[in-house]
Write a protein that binds this ligand. Structure first.
Ligand SMILES: [Zn+2]
Length: 376
């Protein structure tokens, strides 16, 4: 890191809620979403010329998929290998979507109407995933893997359906392989298919409100409790939607420290957020200050970099909130990816416990509750 980067990392930790406790929260986005449906389909797409448009997209398309039984078993083993000062295991906040498109129904209706299915139905179509949903439930029961809300699906339904209706070749090629998270060579607009709450026209907010409401109802049905923490997919999110989520029980919002709020027609409004900051609906923002993405650059020392992020957080009496996407821990497309991610995570957790024996592993909701109690 350059001196300037070190300075920025330190300064960005200053505003907001503080504690002398050594709290570590791990937030992992994307659980429940399809991304790539199989290795075979990845190769097929590539043959048809649908290829990643950046290194970052490549790491997702080549590695990320619904978690198989082995992915989850491997992750839970690593999380139980580390104990905090109260003998509590490390815990993943699995920021999850609850549905995927129902490709069959959409094809049957001639791409005229969007239909979705709960993600546990999608799992049934996958070869190594028959018991995955039961493992999610086991992860919840054992406090290792706590789902929170990322959206109904990791998909901008409005833009994707429009592209299907006008017959965009790349979007249709992916559709045939039960994949939606690609970037077409000739996109119909600037909206990423992954960004569920981005939009061109402000009128789309009404539909997005129904997506949030239905998604949060399905969340409770699937997991038996209400989501209290919400991280909008890809970040873009209009703040008018906060009211809908507040009414549905969301108490904590995940946001970047500098949020770019879409207001339509490619325009954005900037907002600054800090840990514990409250909005007019009584929700509090939780921001991340540590990063662990071993699949994004195989040559970087992610353990050292993340340990450094945590040290800076603790220096400023901040909890360490680590961002680490699902893609790092998935092996059903590329087993070497999972092995790399899990072994690095195991080493990171080992080093955390060794360096800070008084560490406390916590869920995002528990951290949110603490910021409420200590600021009143
Ligand atoms: Zn995501």
């Amino acid at each position: 890191m350059t001196k300037k980067e070190i300075l920025i990392k330190n300064l960005s930790n200053i505003p907001g809620w503080r504690t002398k406790r050594k709290i570590v929260v791990i937030e992992s986005d994307d659980w429940g979403a399809i991304r790539m449906s199989s290795k075979q389909n990845l190769d097929q797409l590539s043959k048809q010329g649908v290829k990643p448009c950046s290194d970052d997209e490549a790491r997702y398309l080549q590695n990320d998929s619904l978690a198989s039984e082995n992915d989850l078993i491997g992750l839970f083993e690593v999380l139980t290998s580390a104990k905090d000062r109260q003998n509590r295991n490390a815990v993943f906040n699995a920021v999850a979507v609850v549905a995927n498109p129902d490709f069959d129904k959409i094809r049957e209706n001639g791409f005229q109407k969007y239909e979705y299915e709960p993600f546990n139905e999608t799992l049934k179509r996958y070869p190594e995933h028959g018991n995955s949903f039961a493992l999610w439930q086991e992860g919840i029961a054992n406090q290792l893997f706590i789902p929170q809300f990322h959206g109904r699906e990791h998909l901008n339904v409005t833009s994707w359906m429009k592209a299907l209706q006008v017959g965009d070749k790349d979007t249709l090629a992916a559709f045939d392989l039960r994949v939606y998270g690609i970037t077409p060579r000739n996109p119909i607009n600037s909206i990423s298919y992954q960004a569920a709450f981005d939009f061109v026209d402000i009128k789309e907010l009404e539909y997005q409100k129904s997506v949030l409401t239905e998604g949060l109802i399905l969340f409770e049905k699937l997991f038996g409790y209400k989501a209290t923490f919400f991280v909008p997919t890809n970040g873009p999110f209009n703040n008018q939607l906060e009211e809908t989520t507040a009414k549905m029980g969301i108490k904590y919002m995940g946001a970047a420290k500098i949020q770019a709020e879409p207001i339509g027609n490619g325009q954005f409004k900037k907002h600054f957020h800090y840990l514990g900051q409250q909005n007019k609906f009584g929700q509090r923002y939780l921001t991340r200050n540590c990063f662990f993405e071993p699949s994004s650059n195989l040559k970087s020392d992610w353990i050292d970099a993340c340990m450094n992020d945590i040290s800076i957080a603790f220096r400023w009496h901040k909890p360490a909130v680590i961002s680490s996407h699902r893609v790092n821990y998935i092996g059903c497309i590329n087993p070497a990816n999972r092995d790399n991610g899990l072994s690095k995570l195991k080493e990171l957790l080992y080093q955390i416990v060794k360096k800070w024996p008084d560490v406390e592993f916590m869920t995002s909701a528990e951290l949110g509750d603490l910021t409420v109690r200590n600021t009143k």
